[in-house]
Design a protein around this ligand. Structure first.
Ligand SMILES: [Zn+2]
Length: 718
């Protein structure tokens, strides 16, 4: 029976009851860091699951808000500016726009996509900092921190690199090692050096404000460990428990830095809020910005059926402070501690804010057998996919949804992407809709035929059709989006199997009325798909609605067999999905390998300088320009070419290790630069009378050094 195994759909009754006490839902997705492009692993972690949840809740008619925006502070922004030789402002403007546009093209339907560089965010962050400060919930401590004497700056977090004490990675950051994932403090680094000057830093005293996390342990234990043991995901709960059990520490909430939000205190010159203090407040300031825009009539919702017609600026408070608001943070596993421990402590301690009802964090998506990493070039960036597969956002949404890292790391492979597209989207969903529509066009002038009496075969299908949307809904509400997606494809499979079992293309010869009934029911299933697919495949759902002439329908209509009226005219069938051929996949795999190689080369350090020499050392060398007269390969040698070179005074035979880089024929007539007074050397039984100068690139490739205009053979080089 269609692979609908019982175990996949476990009913979780208490979740449904818990949510029913709430009047509205605030959903956040992790603020992406605007220091570079974001890859499809990010998309799978915090954005697509949140989008499915929000779209579903909107269809249910829930009062729900979906906020996100760019995280634009922290030391990695000025660091990236240094790398790209531009300003921090230029970096955030560039990547904010890029990331925002990608999300839009993937159909992530935020109500607002804000930025933490906006004044209202600075204001909100400073207010919360002051609220904690005035309640005496922050402590002031002076400690020794690394300082760069060349640039006169304290070196926070990513301004300092050194050898990781855990894995010996030579370029670990002051806050984290990207190789082994350990959280570090700058003082733990071996041989620390400044990223600004490259020099070893010194220690200097500096004052900062700390949030003593340990003071909130009893409340945390009660709130997470007691209240959420059964409804939080085990990976999230487990990480929180081990943090709390290990003993919480005071955590600095300020930094010595000139990029960020100024610490709003008189004695805090040159200090800004720690990026992890201000970033999650970005959710709140985005909501404030949204209601400011609504109040002044400037905001347009992505989903027009929701009305905030009389919204006032102050209404944002309801979404963050009212106890009947359900707050949900969608994040990746690397952000669990910030969203489950530090940010809730900040919010709770103010005495004004609610804390999350759930934080359904995902694990990571690996790529083709290795960790996904933009800096190592082993990644598929969102914009790269959109450029290579224009108009095919749903195909990637589907491949990621069926493979979400919900309980453990998962793996994206291009082969699997191709298989999901060809075997499920094309062969099941697309094929079903196409068959139903084409048969209707062929036999019923493109109009929904009337249904005759249902037969037992039909009734069995109707039974399953009624049950599926509820099953899918339960999975979504329990944050099991893989399972929910399987339910969606089961609905398409139900339709496909119904057509295969009833064979309307054969029956048409003997019983056209019966075929009318079959197609009527098949088209009702397609109409159900238009509703149920909306959270998962929003672009496909739109196409389906157009095709069937349906307007927006609420989720609760799903399961019905009266969504379409007999006589309803169908539009021309668009091909919902197209097969992806092998060569497309091969090209992507090649591209990935090439990108990784380029990143490896870019990361390779330039060869260090040799020790100093005096002028006389240089003057001893006789460097000349020569002209290649003949060039040929040396037998049994992969590397060597034998050249005959005119050096003005005489002809020389020179052996050069460039056979892998130059075709001998192309060298004849070329100018070369050589050391003419180097003692002859024997190689492969032959004597080489000089050495030709070559430039060696990072990847080991060799290029001739040549004068930039023709000079006479024998010209000296000084
Ligand atoms: Zn490490």
């Amino acid at each position: 029976m269609l692979g609908l195994t019982r175990e996949r759909f476990i009913f979780v009754p208490h979740l449904i009851t818990m949510s029913s006490a709430y009047q509205r839902i605030t959903v956040t997705s992790a603020l992406p860091y605007a220091n570079g492009p974001k890859h499809i692993g990010h998309l799978a972690g915090a954005y697509i699951p949140a989008d499915v949840f929000v779209r579903y809740q909107r269809l249910k008619g829930a009062d729900i808000l979906f906020v996100c925006g760019s995280d634009e502070h922290g030391t990695a922004i000025p660091n990236q500016a240094l790398k790209e030789q531009t300003t921090p402002r230029a970096i955030i403007d560039k990547y904010h726009a890029q990331i925002r546009d990608c999300f839009q093209q993937f159909g992530i339907a935020f109500d607002i996509y804000h930025r933490t560089s906006e004044p209202i965010h600075h204001q909100t962050s400073q207010e919360i900092f002051l609220s904690l400060y005035n309640k005496k919930l922050l402590t002031e401590e002076t400690s020794e921190q690394y300082y760069d004497e060349t640039t006169n700056t304290f070196l926070a977090d990513r301004y300092i690199v050194g050898t990781c004490p855990k894995c010996n990675h030579p370029n670990a950051y002051g806050d984290q090692c990207e190789k082994c994932g350990s959280t570090l403090s700058p003082r733990e680094l071996i041989n620390p050096r400044s990223t600004l000057s490259g020099k070893p830093p010194v220690l200097r005293p500096t004052k900062h404000w700390y949030l003593p996390l340990q003071n909130h342990e009893p409340w945390l234990r009660d709130w997470i460990l007691t209240s959420h043991e059964s409804d939080w995901k085990t990976n999230v709960y487990g990480q929180c428990k081990s943090w709390i059990d290990a003993g919480l520490q005071p955590r600095a909430m300020t930094r010595d830095l000139d990029w960020g939000i100024k610490v709003p205190l008189p004695d805090a010159e040159g200090k800004v809020l720690y990026v992890w203090f201000d970033a999650p407040i970005g959710y709140i300031s985005a909501t404030r910005a949204l209601f400011d825009e609504l109040a002044s009539g400037k905001h347009q919702f992505a989903t027009p059926q929701r009305s905030f017609a009389n919204a006032k600026s102050d209404d944002w408070k309801k979404w963050w402070q009212a106890p009947d608001t359900r707050l949900i943070h969608f994040i990746g596993k690397d952000n669990i501690v910030f969203h489950c421990i530090i940010f809730p402590i900040m919010l709770h301690a103010t005495g004004e804010y609610i804390v999350p009802d759930n934080v359904p964090a995902n694990e990571f998506v690996n790529l083709e057998g290795d960790k996904m990493s933009t800096s190592r070039g082993w990644s598929i960036e969102m914009h790269e996919y959109l450029e290579d597969f224009p108009g095919r956002a749903d195909e990637l949404r589907y491949a990621l949804l069926t493979n979400l890292p919900e309980t453990k790391d998962s793996e994206f492979t291009w082969k699997d992407f191709q298989a999901k597209n060809n075997n499920e989207l094309v062969a099941i969903l697309g094929n079903f809709v196409n068959r139903a529509v084409v048969l209707t066009q062929k036999n019923f002038e493109g109009k929904v035929p009337a249904a005759g009496p249902w037969q037992p075969q039909d009734l069995a299908v109707i039974e399953q059709l009624k049950a599926l949307p509820g099953t899918i809904a339960q999975s979504i509400e329990a944050y099991r989006f893989r399972e929910a997606t399987a339910g969606l494809i089961d609905l398409a499979r139900l339709g496909n199997k119904y057509l295969a079992d009833t064979e309307p293309w054969k029956v048409i010869k003997t019983d056209p009325d019966r075929v009318g009934t079959i197609l009527h029911l098949a088209l009702q299933i397609a109409a159900n798909l238009a509703i149920v697919a909306e959270p998962f495949l929003p672009f496909t759902a739109e196409k389906l609605k157009k095709l069937l002439g349906l307007s927006a329908l609420p989720w609760d209509e799903a399961g019905s067999t009266t969504l379409l009226q007999a006589g309803q005219v169908l539009a021309d069938a668009p091909l919902l999905f197209q097969k992806i051929e092998d060569d497309i996949i091969t090209r992507q795999l090649d591209k990935l390998v090439a990108k990784k190689k380029a990143a490896e080369l870019a990361a390779q350090p330039v060869t260090p300088l040799k020790s100093e020499i005096v002028f006389d050392d240089f003057a001893k060398m006789d460097i000349r320009v020569g002209k290649v007269l003949q060039a040929e390969r040396v037998e049994k040698s992969k590397k060597l070419l034998k050249l005959r070179v005119d050096i003005g005074l005489e002809e020389r035979t020179i052996l050069s290790g460039i056979a892998e880089h130059y075709d001998p024929a192309t060298l004849v007539g070329q100018q070369v630069v050589l050391i003419a007074n180097l003692a002859p050397r024997k190689m492969m039984g032959m004597e080489s009378q000089g050495m030709i100068l070559m430039a060696e690139d990072k990847d080991g490739s060799l290029r001739l050094v040549q004068p930039n205009a023709v000079v006479a053979p024998g010209s000296t080089v000084n």
